[in-house]
Design a protein around this ligand. Structure first.
Ligand code: NAP
Length: 341
């Protein structure tokens, strides 16, 4: 029997990693699509990449709705969720109802903190794997995926009962580590040579570290009128602000997680210096979403880190200011849209 993977949210990131997993031996990848359903059903995904060249990835099954996926009665090994994480808009864990079997792992490939919780609440017995990627990809038209650069994905089991430090490991933890290790092997076999395996605590550090970058670059680009990453990092006042935000996150993370930041994770200065050198002209995804009039991943990139820190008695004033301003700006824009209807 092949390993069966279903992409839930087959956009830029989901379809990119799906196309690589489909190259692993004895692995069949299917897609639950939405607006790109017709294009993908007809011709699959055309994927271009500086690293892997041009290829067509045809999912084993292409579903247009969760109901269609449920009716297929497939036993899924991995449900790879790569929707945008918008808990203030929809609870995407409902998409998985009827698809999670006793051996199914839910893999969350999304930015932000706290993205695992809705899935843990809905499927308390399921194995949840949490994944952070630094890859850059877009879907410029339905079914066309442009992978731009980087491939690294870090994956670890989500085992929050271990956070207190005093709770004993559960029997299912070992099984989750095995499923995690199997997924990383499949990614490597599909050509993602820098896929990395972590334990629960290690992966949560990677999430916080990615938040340092996302919470600095994404909202600042929107609030500075669409300034790109390199331009922001070269501007004297903005670069001070970016460093301040990144340091706020990197100083809060060890206090929340109760351990020092692993030395291998880049410091704020190193991140800023490498952004200064990146001349690709790239803009953060939040700015691109703002330009398109889409909802922003504000809750998982700003709101949740602030709330998680607050529960430990810690404030994150730089994140809080940006969160308050952007949340209100988004509300104003949404009500303007509604009044036009
Ligand atoms: N793109 C990157 O370079 C990048 C890099 C690192 C991390 N990330 C993170 O990865 C996650 C995914 O980002 P992305 O850029 O891949 O987003 P994306 O291109 O917008 O893909 C999301 C996909 O999910 C689909 N979707 C949403 N709700 C659905 C539903 N109810 N049923 C079926 N499909 C649904 C969307 O369909 P519609 O088109 O119909 O909305 C879209 O195809 C985000 O958390 C993002 O922050 C992205």
């Amino acid at each position: 029997m092949p390993t069966r993977v279903l992409l839930v949210g087959a956009g830029a990131i989901g379809a990119f990693y799906g196309s690589r997993l489909a190259c692993a031996p004895n692995t069949a990848v299917s897609a639950l699509c939405r607006s790109n359903y017709k294009a993908v059903k007809a011709s699959g995904f055309k994927v271009t990449s500086p690293q892997y060249g041009e290829s067509t990835f045809r999912p084993e099954h292409t579903f247009g709705t969760p109901d269609e996926a449920r009716k297929a009665e497939v036993t899924w090994d991995y449900l790879l969720v790569a929707t945008k994480a918008l808990p203030d808009v929809s609870d995407d864990s409902t998409l998985l109802e009827g698809l999670v079997g006793p051996d199914t792992s839910i893999v969350l490939v999304q930015n932000g903190l706290g993205v695992e919780e809705p899935y843990r609440k809905r499927f308390p017995k399921a194995c949840i794997l949490s994944a952070v990627t630094i890859a850059s990809a877009v879907q410029p038209s339905h079914g066309h995926i442009n992978h731009n650069r980087w491939t690294r994905i870090s994956v670890g089991p989500y085992l929050p009962h271990l956070d207190s430090g005093s709770a004993a490991a559960e029997a299912s933890d070992e099984e989750a580590m095995q499923k995690n290790s199997r997924l990383v092997e499949l990614l490597k076999a599909g050509g993602i040579s820098d896929a990395e395996m972590y334990d629960h605590a290690g992966l949560q550090f990677v999430r916080w570290h990615k938040i340092a970058i996302n919470a600095a670059m994404n909202p600042s680009s929107v609030l500075s009128g669409g300034t790109g990453n390199q331009e922001m990092s070269a501007d004297p006042e903005l670069s001070r602000h970016l460093l301040g935000v990144m340091n706020e996150v990197l100083e809060t993370a060890p206090q929340v997680l109760g351990k020092p930041l692993p030395a291998k994770l880049a410091t704020a200065d190193r991140i800023l210096n490498s952004t200064k050198k990146n001349s690709s002209g790239s803009k953060p995804s939040m700015q691109i979403d703002w330009e398109k009039g889409n909802r922003l991943e504000l809750e998982v990139i700003l709101g949740n880190p602030i709330r998680i820190a607050r529960k430990k008695g810690l404030e994150m004033p730089r994140l809080q200011s940006m969160y308050a301003l952007l949340k209100r700006a988004q509300e104003v824009r949404e009500s303007a849209k509604e009044s036009k209807l």
